[in-house]
Design a protein around this ligand. Structure first.
Ligand code: WQD
Length: 327
């Protein structure tokens, strides 16, 4: 079995590629390296290129005997997507549609797609279930929903089948601290907490403590990136076992606040996390965390790593790679 992994040089992609290979599958990684890192791919077969290059994708499928695909490749900066919608619709949506077209022509029928809990926007109720009304509040989230819908139509009109995985907040790094997030550009909480704990940045800005949550700070569902990776393997096994197309949340089912992250970081690392309370960030919901019962019921998958594991692996990665893979 050979798995094509688009965006496999990225944070989640590289960690998932390593796990997929450990199951005995052959892989081939396709990545532009625009945001990914060649070193993160290691000795896996690699092609530098764009998913929109249909001739290249068809050639890779034929040369490598591709049976299944995990599609990570996308731009994912929420703020940038609101400033440059065209870049996001072209790369994420048009690129994905060209990829699916090439896969269909090459006879590849199984696709696991990297989607996002961002499609829920500000949920009316938590925990969030998959049947919650999509309410995209960014171009980024809208592109992911459009790709989900494209896959649904391929599933209804061709023999292609898919699993869309709606990630909650991916965090942490590989247990051996060799793969992780490139933190130079990330606007996410945990990279910012690590930098503050290590004195690489001024005090952490806590975006509001006046939310209707237990301690007033924002609540999210932080899932270890290695648990996220194992959900992709479970999805590939589901499709290889003739499973039907499905869209699933991937989260722990637990809500964790910003202050929980700060306190856990201080306990795990022994470092103080300097912080200051500032105003809310536009568009931030008070709370968003998953109801993961569907993925557990369908795939038998559940997360195994704790919040402490997230913090410990993030700290081990960042303290040895302050500038991501280039350090
Ligand atoms: C988490 C919490 C902030 C930074 C993101 C993006 C997107 C998606 C999921 C892919 C919130 C607070 C943050 C900081 C803070 N990924 N915060 N100070 O916004 O939940 O979702 O991850 O699909 O990348 O939508 O994640 O890490 O930005 O924020 O107080 O410096 O931390 O207000 O409550 P978010 P986040």
């Amino acid at each position: 079995m050979t798995t094509l992994i688009t965006g496999g040089a990225g944070y989640i992609g590289s960690i998932t590629t390593r796990l997929i290979r450990s199951t005995g599958r052959a892989v081939v990684v396709l990545d532009t390296l625009e945001n990914g890192h060649r070193t993160a791919v290691g000795d896996a077969p690699f092609v530098q290129g764009d998913v929109a290059d249909t001739e290249l994708v068809e050639r890779i499928c034929k040369e490598h005997g591709v049976d299944e695909v995990v599609h990570f490749a996308a731009y994912k900066a929420v703020g940038e997507s609101m400033e440059n919608p065209s870049k996001y619709f072209q790369n994420n949506v048009t690129g994905s549609q060209k990829l699916f077209d090439a896969l269909h022509r090459a006879g590849v029928e199984r696709v696991v797609f990297s989607s996002t809990a961002g499609v829920y926007g500000t949920p009316d109720t938590v925990p969030v279930r998959e049947d919650a009304e999509p309410r995209c509040e960014s171009v980024y989230a809208e592109t992911k929903l459009m790709i989900e819908k494209t896959l649904s139509w391929y599933s209804r009109t061709t023999s292609m089948r898919h699993v869309c995985l709606r990630y909650f907040n991916a965090a942490g790094a590989s247990s051996d601290a060799t793969l992780g997030e490139d933190w130079r550009f990330s606007q996410n909480l945990i990279p910012h907490v690590m930098k503050a704990a290590m004195g690489h940045a001024p005090a952490l800005k806590v975006f509001g403590n006046d939310f209707p949550t237990p301690d007033g700070t924002g609540v999210r569902d932080y899932i270890h990136v290695e648990d996220l990776a194992s959900a992709h393997v479970a999805a590939l096994d589901h499709l290889a076992g003739k499973g039907a197309s499905i869209t699933c949340n991937v989260g722990t089912g637990f809500g964790t606040s910003v202050m929980d992250i700060i306190n856990t970081t201080e306990q795990v690392t022994g470092q103080k996390v300097p912080y200051e309370i500032v105003g809310r960030r536009a568009g931030d919901p008070a709370a968003c965390y998953a109801d993961p019962s569907l993925i557990t019921k369908t795939f038998g998958w559940s997360p195994t790593r704790s919040l402490e594991d997230i913090i410990a692996t993030a700290y081990a990665w960042h303290s040895t790679h302050p500038a991501g893979h280039d350090s």
